[in-house]
Write a protein that binds this ligand. Structure first.
Ligand SMILES: NC(=O)c1ccc[n+]([C@@H]2O[C@H](COP(=O)([O-])OP(=O)(O)OC[C@H]3O[C@@H](n4cnc5c(N)ncnc54)[C@H](O)[C@@H]3O)[C@@H](O)[C@H]2O)c1
Length: 360
């Protein structure tokens, strides 16, 4: 039985990945989820699998070397899939330090622990051990022209403390591959959306606020473009890269779903009205008049867009879910999981929201 160490598995993409893997491979794999449970980590995301004998949760900080080494000492880990990170650009602008700690130092701790457990001789590793570092397309910076795309060869040009911390962690993984022949891959993915996403991010924030009749804050002119990927496509891509990709390679994941932020908001409002039953009280809250333009995010990148040619050609992965389909599934999920939304938006989220958008 192959054992996966998944970091940040209680977060948005990590929990979707764990669900996907346990559904796909069943009892042929064991998953150990290591998560510190920051504001973004939520074990409720994994309630369906928490009692499975081949799933285990360990609460630990990836920066804590002793805890991480202990996991490697007590388990024969075959795969590391590293999601754990501070992931929100706005928070990184306010408080960069924790991004450097978790995203850079935490990645270093993991690399060292895996190397120590897996290396049998200088640059020679136990068979079939693999580390996958999950990263973002934001490391490539901003695209100005509509015919430009991010390729794996695009030079790094991060602008926010978040993307700078992810770029640093990518370089560390590259350095371990080059210096120690450490068996790893890096994936750089575009913006994800889907179930279990914390409502500080655009899509769940708009769904949540619109249902309550609260303002929908839009940065700048609302015309910043992101390349949206349904989270189930992303986690399928991660698994495909780890199983079919060439070791030591970077793969971009995403593509063909570019939308302006303001377009996304209009689509969400229309889809909510389409999905909510005629007699649902919340229908009266949903209105375009909720859209409120706010001062642009500092250093806001204009456009991100992935060219997925390499992953399509080498791994056979393509983004399957059209935005129109994925957004319906996503909104339907949030409508059916009102309690989840209530739980994650209580307490400290309220305080954070006031600080970010309080005056708007
Ligand atoms: N969300 C996106 O659109 C997107 C796109 C591309 C890449 N990524 C990358 O994917 C990964 C996952 O993103 P996400 O959106 O699921 O993030 P998230 O914020 O929803 O989840 C992050 C998880 O990491 C955990 N965590 C944070 N610090 C930790 C620490 N020090 N030790 C252990 N656990 C810790 C949190 O508790 C949480 O469960 C990140 O590395 C992110 O950079 C995200």
């Amino acid at each position: 039985m192959r054992t996966y160490l998944v970091t940040g598995g209680a977060g948005f993409i990590g929990s979707n990945y764990i669900h996907y893997m346990l559904k796909t491979y069943g009892e042929n794999i064991k998953v150990i989820n290591v998560d510190k449970l920051t504001y973004a980590g939520n074990l409720e995301n994994l309630s369906e699998v928490e009692n499975l004998p081949n799933y285990q949760f360990v609460r630990a900080d990836i920066c804590d070397r002793d805890s991480i080494e202990k996991i490697f000492a007590e388990n024969e880990i075959d795969r590391v899939v590293h999601f754990a990170a501070e992931s929100h650009v706005d928070r990184s602008i306010k408080e960069p330090e924790v991004f450097i700690k978790t995203n850079v130092l935490g990645t270093l701790v993991l690399l060292n622990a895996a190397k120590k457990a897996w290396e049998i001789d200088d640059g020679v590793y136990k068979e079939d051990k693999k580390f996958l570092h999950v990263s973002t397309d934001e490391v490539y910076g901003s695209l100005e022209n509509s015919d430009e795309y991010f390729y794996e060869t695009t030079p790094y040009d991060p602008h926010s403390p978040y993307s700078a911390s992810k770029a640093s962690s990518d370089f560390l993984v590259k350095a371990y591959m080059d210096t120690y022949r450490f068996p790893a891959n890096i994936t750089n993915c575009s913006n994800n959306y889907g179930p279990y996403q914390f409502p500080e991010k655009l899509i769940p924030l708009v769904i949540n606020n619109a249902l309550k009749g609260e303002k929908l804050p839009v940065y700048g002119d609302g015309k910043n473009v992101r390349d949206w990927l349904f989270v189930e496509d992303h986690v399928r891509g991660i698994d495909a890269v780890q199983e079919k990709g060439r070791l030591y390679e970077t793969y971009n994941i995403g593509g063909h779903n570019e939308k302006q932020n303001i377009e996304i908001i209009h689509i969400i409002l229309d889809t909510l009205l389409e999905l909510l039953p005629e007699n649902d009280e919340r229908r009266k809250n949903i209105s375009e008049s909720l859209i409120t333009y706010v001062t642009d995010r500092k250093g806001h990148d204009r456009r991100y867009a992935i060219a997925p040619d390499k992953i399509e050609k080498e791994v056979g992965w393509t983004p399957e879910t059209k935005f129109e389909v994925g957004i319906k599934k996503t909104i339907q999920w949030y409508l059916e999981h009102e309690d989840w939304m209530k739980n994650v938006t209580s307490g400290s989220y309220q305080q954070y929201y006031k600080e970010m958008y309080g005056n708007q």
